[in-house]
Design a protein around this ligand. Structure first.
Ligand code: AMP
Ligand code: MG
Length: 494
């Protein structure tokens, strides 16, 4: 089967530009997706399609499935695989899109430019020993968690659709194959800069940096030292991002530098998960044996990743290497403060604190220590603090917690706001529901084994408004897993 450019889909609203092609050719290889046998839409994101200017009535169709599977190219697409490198669990590797194809950049009715990428689209020159394909479960997982993150208000890539390819993929067993359509501000990664620095010249790094500035941080171009400003801005965005992860209990799982987006979005959902019981040492990923990417290790690892980014920019920061290093070091040193400030602001909101006081840090730390000792549920413990009726659980029966609550209530009285005002802030910052792993696994199993999408669709619906109290019929979605359903490991699932 060969790929033809679709002429029927002009009404769909495709509006591609292909600015990545203007980069030097070391940065990509042009090639089409590898066609699949019998593509069928499994799930489609109508509201995201509309935001992108795409008509769901045209795309959420059998012909749309051909496009979203890579069998048919939408008008204006110029497919390519991106080249990049990365530090994976600390070690440097040359990588690249081994199973993804960038179709192009959709210019939305709102004037935004976003990458449309097919993930699981077949082998490329960067596939190494991989088959270029993806299994249905992990692609649905990325769809679900990325859309949940979006609903939580956290910067993230989005998911437009998942198609079943009709071709099995061989993993430990044979699994249904699938392709995810990923939408992202861009797929520029720290690893793209590492690739440029390692494989190209300083001129290539400069072109890439200028491209990143043009695409994501145009204001930076007017600064005296735009490359320093790019570094500082990327550091600020990553600090805010990882703080937001921690505030909702998210663990990315594979924070390799190839999975760190320069635009500051959460990207590349693999063995990620939300924490149930509070424990800063929580690790889910089956491949993270050392706990490198454990919950509480995410801020220092982000700083480590950003240090790899800074290294690639050194020749652009200053002609004198010593002063370039000094600039980079200073920028990197600001990470901890930036992270801490966003995290503290978020924690104050989680506790309904509207002004700032010295003792707040101790108040926050003491609550977290009690939660850790009791293995209290992270999300529900916060959400229930503002509950009007007394909650009967281990945390609320605990003496130290009761003392803590008196301190907190006294602190709230000092700020002289009504309970309603405080509760509103708390509810907007403490999710009533998160994608709990046992629920995610249950929904994926139903889809994968029985072709039953109802649990997945229901879960997506519940997760779409995470800061609203659940309907009585959905209360079970907030419950932590019973011991028999606890998930200790999530698999990279390629
Ligand atoms: P990830 O762990 O998803 O960030 O992927 C790391 C690298 O491995 C990227 O370069 C991917 O493109 C590549 N990769 C992952 N799975 C496959 C696969 N099944 N076939 C080819 N390349 C893959
Ligand atoms: Mg990756």
């Amino acid at each position: 089967m060969s790929i033809s450019q679709s002429t029927h889909q002009t009404q769909t609203g495709w509006n591609f530009d292909n600015s990545y092609l203007k980069l030097p050719d070391i940065f990509y290889r042009q090639l089409p997706p590898v066609p699949v046998r019998t593509p069928q839409l499994v799930i489609f994101n109508d509201s995201l399609a509309e935001q992108l200017g795409l008509d769901p009535q045209n795309l959420n169709t059998p012909q749309g499935a051909e496009i979203l599977a890579g069998n048919l190219l939408p008008p204006g697409a110029a497919p390519l695989a991106q080249a990049y490198a990365g530090h994976q669990f600390g070690g440097f590797t040359m990588l690249g899109d081994g199973r993804a194809i960038l179709l192009g950049e959709q210019i939305t009715p709102g004037g935004e430019r976003v990458d449309i990428q097919l993930k699981g689209s077949g082998q490329t020159p960067f596939s190494r020993r991989g088959d270029g394909r993806a299994a249905l479960g992990p692609m649905l997982r990325e769809y679900l968690i990325s859309e949940a993150m979006f609903a939580l208000g956290i910067p993230t890539s989005r998911s437009l659709a998942v198609v079943d390819t009709g071709e099995p993929v061989r993993r430990e067993t044979l699994l249904p194959g699938a392709i995810l359509t990923r939408v992202a501000a861009s797929h520029l990664r720290v690893g793209t800069f590492e690739y440029a620095a390692r494989r190209g010249s300083t001129a290539d790094v400069k072109i890439l940096a200028d491209y990143a500035i043009w695409r994501h941080y145009p204001d930076v171009a007017r600064q005296d030292n735009p490359y320093l400003a790019l570094l500082e801005t990327a550091i600020a965005r990553q600090a805010e991002l990882v703080a937001q992860w921690l505030l909702v209990g998210f663990i990315h799982g594979v924070m390799n530098t190839d999975n760190v987006a320069i635009a500051g979005e959460t990207i590349d959902y693999g063995p990620c998960a939300f924490m149930d019981a509070y424990n800063p040492a929580t690790v889910f990923s089956s491949i993270d044996h050392q706990g490198r990417y454990a919950f509480a290790n995410q801020p220092p690892i982000t700083q480590w990743n950003l240090t790899r980014f800074a290294e690639t920019l050194l020749p652009l920061l200053d002609k004198q290497q010593e002063s370039a290093i000094e600039m980079a070091q200073q920028a990197l040193d600001s990470f901890s403060d930036k992270f801490r400030r966003t995290w503290l602001q978020g924690m104050r909101k989680k506790l309904g604190l509207m002004d700032e006081q010295e003792d707040d840090v101790a108040l926050i730390d003491d609550l977290l220590a009690i939660m850790q000792r009791l293995r209290a549920d992270y999300s529900n413990s916060f959400r229930d603090l503002a509950g009007e009726q007394l909650t009967d659980n281990e945390l609320h029966r605990d003496g130290a917690f009761q003392d803590w609550r008196k301190r907190w209530q006294w602190r709230l009285e000092q700020q002289g706001q009504s309970f309603n005002t405080v509760k509103k802030i708390m509810d907007r910052n403490n999710p009533a529901v998160i994608p709990r792993n046992h629920r995610v696994e249950e929904a994926l199993a139903a889809a994968e084994k029985d072709g039953n999408l109802q649990p997945l669709e229901h879960l997506l619906r519940v997760l779409a408004t995470p800061y609203t109290d659940l309907d009585a019929a959905d209360l079970a979605y907030r419950e932590p897993p019973p011991p028999s359903q606890r998930v200790y490991q999530t698999f990279c699932g390629t």
